[in-house]
Write a protein that binds this ligand. Structure first.
Ligand SMILES: NC(=O)c1ccc[n+]([C@@H]2O[C@H](COP(=O)([O-])OP(=O)(O)OC[C@H]3O[C@@H](n4cnc5c(N)ncnc54)[C@H](O)[C@@H]3O)[C@@H](O)[C@H]2O)c1
Length: 309
């Protein structure tokens, strides 16, 4: 079966492509390589990479021909980037998503799996966060991802396409590189391996729900393969840990002293985040199996191999 993965050269996309390749799907990756890497696809021999932008609807239409499923991950990712350039964020995440939906509709695609984000919730009003939690994003990125979701679910209601929106919490794992827009695990792990100090913003008691990319990739495949399913589902680990305990775990794994600096809390950063994943468990048999410690051991090994450069 032929499938399209937008953003398939990126961190999460490439992990989905790997699974699809193992399951003998015919995979087309559509990616402009703005934050993705061709090397992420090295393990997958016969996939086709189309270098293109989701804002280019002609190229996208052509790439979507004969595809039955679209995994849509291409995006301007992260709150910080969106604050720096909110217009581009909307062009890619809102209009680009509409282009993906339109080319899916015109080409008779049966299923779309949209990568959404817990950023759509904004400051949590209660924990754990379920799918009924109010959606009050407090960054242009959160707004654009929410708008993408709304468009997706609208298409599933008015056209004959099933659409599943997966709201990821903090994803980490293989193929996630250190970048200045900052996910905490690659930043801390990279600095610790280089014997450099790390900075914790605030008191370190803030919590996050870290979910391994392998579990996220599996959730995508299960959502795609579940006949007739549409809707929105939280994808996290279902447990949260403090940033302080994350650092202690990493210190243990890397087995080096850690030099920690504390800086004032950063405006706009939420205090606590923990997902309620019961709906995904019920409807897509989602069952995150990777414990944080084991996931970190594997990730740090990958970084040590120089692959995170
Ligand atoms: N990493 C996380 O913790 C996290 C959390 C919540 C949601 N998400 C969502 O998951 C998806 C993948 O994120 P990621 O962490 O793998 O980031 P990533 O930056 O590694 O992946 C994004 C991919 O999209 C490509 N891309 C960007 N703009 C494009 C465009 N205009 N046209 C074509 N390709 C384009 C990039 O080159 C990259 O390969 C995104 O939709 C993101 O919003 C990620």
């Amino acid at each position: 079966m032929k499938v399209l993965v937008t953003g398939g050269a990126g961190f999460i996309g490439s992990n989905i492509v790997k699974l699809l390749h193992q399951r003998s799907y015919e995979v087309i990756v559509f990616d402009n390589l703005s934050s993705g890497y061709k090397e992420n696809l090295d393990e997958c021999s016969n996939i086709k990479l189309v270098v293109g932008d989701i804002r280019d609807n002609e190229k996208l239409n052509f790439a979507t021909k004969d595809c039955r499923i679209v995994f849509h991950l291409a995006a301007n990712v992260g709150n910080v980037r969106s604050l720096q350039n909110p217009i581009e964020d909307s062009e890619i995440n809102i209009l680009g998503t509409l282009n993906v939906l339109e080319s899916a509709r015109l080409n008779g695609v049966k299923k779309i799996v949209y990568s959404s984000s817990a950023a759509i919730f904004g400051e949590p009003q209660y924990q754990p966060i379920d799918e009924k939690h109010p959606e009050e994003p407090d960054s242009p990125y959160g707004v654009s991802k929410l708008s993408g979701e709304k468009h997706c679910l609208c298409y599933s209601r008015i056209y004959n396409i099933n659409v599943v929106c997966l709201r990821y919490f903090n994803v980490y794992g293989i193929n996630q590189r250190y970048d200045t827009y900052g996910n905490v695990i690659p930043i801390f792990a990279t600095l610790l391996l280089q014997n450099r100090p790390i900075t914790i913003y605030g008191d370190g008691e803030q919590t996050r729900d870290f979910v391994n990319v392998k579990d996220v990739a599996t959730a995508n495949i299960m959502a795609a393969e579940k006949e007739g399913l549409s809707g929105k589902f939280n994808i996290g680990s279902g447990v949260s840990i403090t940033i302080k305990s994350l650092v202690l775990m990493m210190r243990d794994i890397i087995n080096k002293d850690v030099n920690v600096n504390y800086a004032p809390h950063r405006k706009g950063e939420i205090r606590h985040s923990c997902s309620d994943i019961s709906l995904a468990k019920k409807y897509i048999n989602y069952n995150p199996l990777t414990g944080t410690y084991n996931g970190l051991v594997e990730y740090i090994e990958w970084l040590k191999g120089g692959l995170g450069k």
